[in-house]
Design a protein around this ligand. Sequence first.
Ligand code: NAD
Length: 260
Amino acid sequence: MLTGKRALVTGSTSGIGLAMARALAGAGADVMLNGFGDADAIEATRSALETDYGVTAHYNGADLSKPDQIEAMMQDADAKFGGVDILINNAGIQYTANVEDFPPEKWDAVIAINLSSVFHTTRLAVPYMRKQNWGRIINTASAHGLVASVQKAAYVAAKHGVIGLTKVTALETAETGITANAICPGWVRTELVERQIEARAKEGGISIEEAATNLVSDKHPSKQFVTPEQIGQTALFLCSDAASQMTGTHMSVDGGWTAQ
Ligand code: NAD
């Protein structure tokens, strides 16, 4: 389905991004990975994509808090691929504190990585997509792009911003073959969430598994975590012809969280 397409997935060395990269590679797309982590582990992940799916996989370690590194990453993707057909903006970090205690440098970091990087990759990817008259921009927002929770000022602001940026991008490209959409996951048990589960376990003096159950049950009527693979398949759907008239919207995959 995606043979011949070239995808850049930011924040794809673990969690949701890696599952999305795998889903796209499984459908035949060449993939460029991005994100932090142990160099050997990243290389193993990259080469496994090639052997498992018979696609070409590259890696670029740009720090997405730095616009000059984002530009260099996009140039690297152009040099290696000739352009990016599918842009998945997925890199993200979390920091929790009440707004009056929120360290300004943490605010800046969350906004830079979770929101501003989406602006930079998008502005750099759209010209090529316009030339091809085809493109898919998929932004990993969050249930927190739609509703708020305490202690997540920067994250909630950034994710609401991502949904706004997605809508503007969609309107500006509406008469082309480009679509721009957001995916809004609820709780997915990745590194980013594992740290929040650990904090909850420590605070309540309860086991990790009890804390995980409490965390998911507080928000998801389903009382179950979403899996990274389910988000990967959602991204794949957004790349399909069936989704070519879906643009400027979001898909919630959140166990019913935002239906409440
Ligand atoms: P994760 O921590 O497993 O993945 C985050 C990825 O971003 C990693 O590859 C990491 O290396 C990368 N990253 C972090 N800072 C970076 C930087 N400065 N430059 C480049 N890469 C950087 O977490 P995840 O849960 O898979 O998160 C992926 C996305 O999904 C994030 O945008 C997150 O906000 C969003 N999300 C997660 C959940 C959840 O419950 N896990 C829910 C909703 C939305």
